[in-house]
Design a protein. Structure first.
Length: 207
């Protein structure tokens, strides 16, 4: 499905890629700082969403390093402000019946801190790949919400104690996987881990 080429668009000075499936469902994707849409997990997550008939919007924000010197809540607001005008534009100008939000690392912040806290305009699902669980406010905001969370035990943001607070979520915990959801120095296991996540994500989306 990734043979479909996206159109490269800009809205409010923020670039994004739009895959048009002419569907009635849409997926918004928010990358990490160094984990962009060409990286394995985001590439195959995009492919899966296209396979399932979703239009896909990949928001391509960039930030200067000094912008990360702010408090965590301010960083979260910065990312949210970058993506929300695009999200709002698509939801208000189209008759979509369902939305999915997929974030990786930094890109999980607008989901945990904003979209999960708001009343959704249409039925929505939320996918958090390596959320920043070391941030106290993120764990608090996830609270009794529901989302699909994938994280590895070798990720510095992983904590058994914090995961135990998130039992209302659909949890996929990958043993020895790092913040890229890969197994260090083990290529085949890294591929297997990616396969596991995408397989579980497909089941989650189809239930």
């Amino acid at each position: 499905m990734m043979t479909i080429k996206p159109s490269k668009e800009t809205y409010n000075d923020i670039a994004y890629n739009f895959f048009n499936m002419n569907g009635d469902k849409i997926c918004f994707m928010f990358s990490g700082t160094g984990y962009n849409y060409d990286k394995p997990l985001m590439h195959y997550a995009t492919s899966l969403m296209l396979e399932l008939g979703y239009d896909v919007v990949q928001v391509c924000y960039t930030f200067e390093q000094q912008q990360f010197n702010q408090p965590p809540e301010a960083i979260s607001e910065m990312v949210y402000n970058s993506v929300d005008s695009i999200v709002t534009y698509y939801l208000q100008s189209n008759t979509y019946t369902e939305a999915v939000y997929i974030g990786k690392s930094l890109g999980t912040l607008p989901i945990s801190d904003y979209y999960l806290q708001q009343e959704a305009l249409i039925p929505s699902r939320y996918i958090l790949l390596t959320p920043l669980l070391s941030l106290e406010h993120v764990v608090q905001n996830l609270g009794n919400q529901h989302s699909f969370i994938a994280i590895g035990t070798a990720d510095p943001h992983f904590s058994n104690e914090r995961m135990s607070l998130l039992t209302s979520h659909h949890l996929t915990i990958l043993q020895n996987a790092n913040h890229s959801l890969e197994i260090a120095h083990n290529t085949l296991e890294s591929i297997s881990t990616c396969h596991t996540i995408i397989s579980k994500l497909k089941i989650y989306l189809q239930n």
